[in-house]
Design a protein around this ligand. Structure first.
Ligand SMILES: Cc1ncc(COP(=O)(O)O)c(C=O)c1O
Length: 560
């Protein structure tokens, strides 16, 4: 089918950039409040604003004050002014028109009004950052959905973080699941410091790299080989390439809503509003970013997660083209969606019957739901696996592991694999220390993650029941997410759209105000570290008991 540009771009813009839609009581599609122009205007207004009294529930945003610039900048502005005088004949640039900030007629929502006085420095930094870095952050998700502004984090230790305004938070985002041993654990800090003294990176093979591989294999028994890279996207990109090379086939099958990183093949149908992406059983592949050539979708088939029938149907139809199936064994990029009983086992069987390679993307689940990831938790064996996040516990590292027959195809003139920073000394030293801590913690540590997860699951469910709010919580050892929905269960991406996205966003703001740090995006999730205690969980529950009750008192359009 041939699409016209607006047909393709408009739904993508709506889905990916979360254009503002009218809040509805039970939205079919998550209503994502991300009108960038409005947020920019609000952030700009807040920077340098005279702070309104926090106790006043709905203050109007004060007019933007003149920005205080550092000395060098004032100098360079003077220079620029001088220069501009010299070329005063040149045509004047037309100032971009930005929407006006909220006025008295449009009061700030209560949770935001409460955050405004607390995030003064963050608001200023956000404004300054945007002049230099697109969106003021090199990774969009760090600013997306935050309203009024993302807190700029200044320091962290254990389970706690502090922002530039010195607000303290209990961190349950943990750098998107990375910090399995909490922030800056002394043992890991020491290891990185010691390695740094001998040289950051030699870009040569090292003893340290072999040490990390040995420790990795202790924790992931079926890793006959492991090769390291820098982030999760590197790992999935390379695993797909290996699978295509060894199978001689060119297409992959992925699942709707599964996220495998930022390369072109991975950014297909990571999000896909059903209204433009086909039937539930036959999702149409949808690029999730401008700049992905349309031809990429010729190489990606998309199926709904958790349906073996749909998977088998796709595989039967395209088996001659399908090199591999790649999946998040526990879907962790649409909240938390565990696999149905026996789903993973059957999926591996069907794939192998049809000569497809099975790639588990354990970037989120690896070293978290169990030492050896979801494959260990559910007792299934993929052919190749991708790891990152909790593997390094904060240092940039990822890995592809798997059967020797596939991994040994990495060789000169065969499958290419490499990167200047892959397996650098600082990452390897930090990874080794992190894995040693996890290995030492062993079963008891993973049982602790389980206890913390269960405790929070129970506490939040009770708090929501007391507040009489429609609520669903789903979890697997070490990861949890909750949704405001009347559904009793969510098993795939399309069901995950039946949630009240806006309410989660508002609730996040209430939590942030009371010192609980989670991500505003309902498709992220809550995670735990070895630094978290039962007391921390109880604090979260106690805060949520208050915030969920308050959520009911907010103006009606925030409620499901
Ligand atoms: C399951 C999964 N795969 C791949 C990635 C990409 O990892 P990275 O951001 O390190 O490139 C992510 C990141 O969130 C992920 O959750």
């Amino acid at each position: 089918m041939i699409y016209t540009l607006p047909e393709v771009v408009r739904p993508l813009r709506d889905a990916f950039f979360m254009a503002e839609m009218e809040p509805a009581p039970t939205p079919r599609f998550p209503v994502r409040e991300r009108d960038d122009a409005r947020l920019v205007a609000r952030a700009d207004a807040l920077a340098g604003a005279v702070v309104a009294d926090a106790a006043v529930p709905t203050p109007a945003v004060p007019a933007p004050a003149k920005e205080e610039l550092p000395k060098e900048e004032r100098e360079s502005k003077k220079e620029a002014a001088k220069e501009s005088k010299e070329v005063s004949e040149a045509p004047k640039e037309v100032a971009p028109v930005s929407p006006p900030p909220e006025t008295e007629d449009q009061p700030l929502p209560i949770p935001i009004a409460r955050l405004v006085p607390k995030l003064k420095k963050s608001a200023k930094l956000f404004l300054e950052g945007k002049k230099r870095i697109p969106n003021s952050s090199s990774s969009l998700i760090r600013v997306a959905s935050y309203d009024p502004v993302p807190p700029f984090i200044a320091r962290a230790k254990g389970a706690r973080i502090w922002d530039e305004d010195d607000n303290e938070y209990l961190d349950f985002n943990l750098a998107y699941g990375v910090l399995i041993n909490g922030h800056a654990p002394s043992e890991q800090v020491r290891a990185v410091q010691e390695a740094a003294q001998f040289g950051f990176h030699f870009a040569s093979p090292t003893v340290l790299e072999i040490e990390v591989a040995k420790m990795f294999q202790k924790m992931v028994p079926n890793a006959e080989r492991v090769a390291f890279c820098s982030n999760g996207s590197d790992a999935t990109m390379n695993a797909i390439r290996i699978a295509r090379a060894v199978s001689g086939k060119d297409a992959i099958l992925k699942f709707e809503g599964h996220y495998h990183g930022q390369h072109d093949l991975a950014l297909i149908s990571a999000e896909a509003p059903p209204v433009v992406s086909g039937l539930d059983e036959y999702p149409r592949p949808m690029p999730n970013s401008a700049g992905i050539p349309p031809g990429v979708t010729d190489y990606v088939m998309v199926a709904p997660y958790n349906s073996i029938t749909a998977f088998e149907r796709m595989v039967r139809r395209y088996r001659n083209r399908l090199a591999a199936v790649i999946l998040e064994p526990v879907m962790a990029n649409a909240g938390v969606i565990p696999p149905e009983p026996d789903y993973l086992k059957r999926l591996v069987e069907v794939a192998h019957e049809n000569e497809m390679i099975v790639i588990f993307d354990e970037v989120f689940t690896g070293f978290r739901v169990a030492p050896g990831g979801a494959q260990q938790l559910y007792g299934v064996e993929p052919d190749l696996s991708c790891w990152a996040k909790a593997l390094g516990g904060g240092v940039p590292v990822s890995a592809v592991s798997g059967k020797a027959e596939y991994m040994d195809m990495i060789a000169p003139g065969r499958v290419s694999f490499g990167g200047t920073y892959f397996a650098n000394n600082l990452s390897m030293a930090g990874t080794l220390a992190n894995l040693k801590m996890l290995h030492r913690g062993g079963e008891e540590l993973y049982a602790k993650f389980g206890r913390l997860t269960e405790r929070l699951a129970k506490g939040l469910t009770e708090a929501a029941r007391d507040a009489k709010i429609s609520f669903l919580e789903q979890h697997v050892n070490g990861i949890l997410q909750f949704f405001f929905t009347r559904r009793k269960k969510i098993v795939n991406y399309r069901e995950s759209l039946q949630i009240d996205w806006n309410l989660y966003l508002r609730h996040h703001q209430l939590l942030l105000d009371k010192g609980i740090y989670i991500h505003p995006d309902n498709y992220e999730r809550i995670t735990f570290s070895s630094a978290h205690t039962e007391k921390d969980i109880d604090k979260f529950v106690q805060v949520a008991t208050e915030t969920l009750k308050e959520l009911r008192t907010l103006p009606r359009d925030y409620l499901p």
